[in-house]
Design a protein around this ligand. Sequence first.
Ligand code: NDP
Ligand code: HSE
Length: 422
Amino acid sequence: MKDFVNVGLLGAGTVGGGVLKVLEKNAEKIAKEVGKPVRITKVLDRHVDSLKQEYGDKYIFTDNADEVLEDKDIDIIVELLGREHPAKEFIARAFANGKHVVTANKDVLAKFGSELFPLAHEHNCDFMFEASVCGGIPIIGPLKTSMAANQITSIMGIVNGTTNYMLSKMANEHLDYDESDPTADVGGLDAARKITILASIAFNTRFNLDDVQVEGIESIEACDIKYATDLGYAVKLLAIAKNDPENGVSLRVNPTMIPLSHPLAGVNGVYNAVFVNGDAIGEAMFLGLGAGRLPTASSVCGDIIDIARNMQHKSTGRISCTCFEEKRLCPPDKMSAPAYIRLQVADKPGALAAIAAAFGAQNVSLRNVVQTNDVLSNKAEIVVITHSVSEANLQMALQILRVLPVVEAISCVIRVEDSHLA
Ligand code: NDP
Ligand code: HSE
């Protein structure tokens, strides 16, 4: 038996730097938790010179991945490089060399999970990734362990801090988001990767990024948030996974109106939260910081400790891939939810009746209608909230509305999650 658990770190940037800090600062406590000291021996990063300046000779820094991945003394590889490649190949090589892996890389997990989990299993290695979803919030571990006895029925999460910060700012300062920002955060892709990972664990079924219907926050304006507030809702970018026994599993990321009384409605700024519904636990919410150097390092280090304990007790590979089912996906047009729709219309007789008829023709029942008029221009803005409507019927209704002479524009469509709106 070795005297240390040896860790090789791939990437000493924001999170990697945090891991070096936490493992050093809390080394004594961690050694007691595990039963022996855990130490980082080698670090792969492009910036060897500046890292040597910062850390001196505490660690061996290298820009050659082979030096870390082929080192027989290293037990655990911590991958914090980011992006898909070469991170995926490095993880695969680590398993092939019998090393356990911790990663925070949602890009790799959401795309290559189906390749990597069998590899980990084949080599009896642990593969842990708590930090890949919501940085510092424990959610993967609880789903795989504490809540494993539940049939999970739904997960709704604010899993992207950037967009939550932007929406909170728009709500508090009535600012519009009018910049064309192409990043994964604003377009919903970051959240889609995270719900792919969470749903795969919650529903014991391997889902892929392509299974998620994704919409970002680009079309949300400050006035939508104001209308929502007046109607008793908050607007959040939610990642939603639901298991409907009749239609199957639906996975989506979209701006969503939730009642102000819902626990997720009060999650503001850079905070993340995941709201889980299980048949035994009922409702549970996990809240905290979804990113940042130390919160994310907290999750990474927790995974390292978990693996180190497994090594101590010769129980590695204990919790391997939990995707032992093949739950079917709900076809996108069968997904259903109430909807908020904001329209620009000509303010003339029969306009509202024509709009109501378009909804009625598609069996869409209206719950709220708000109209504001601009007398000078003879224009009106109409906001409706529907009762629950299938995506197919909603899209048909929108198609009819688009060609109605009285409708000048459909400015915004937001899904609503409200158990009172059946
Ligand atoms: P950083 O870009 O800050 O750090 C990555 C480091 O690895 C950089 O120094 C980078 O150098 C280096 N690197 C990347 N590829 C290579 C390579 N092939 N060879 C050598 N060095 C390389 O990323 P973060 O620490 O922010 O993120 C790491 C992971 O953690 C990502 O998967 C991210 O999604 C995840 N994560 C991050 C969170 C956060 O708050 N930052 C929160 C939750 C998850 P260079 O900069 O020159 O490319
Ligand atoms: N970009 C993410 C966010 C953090 O804004 O929440 C890393 O997943």
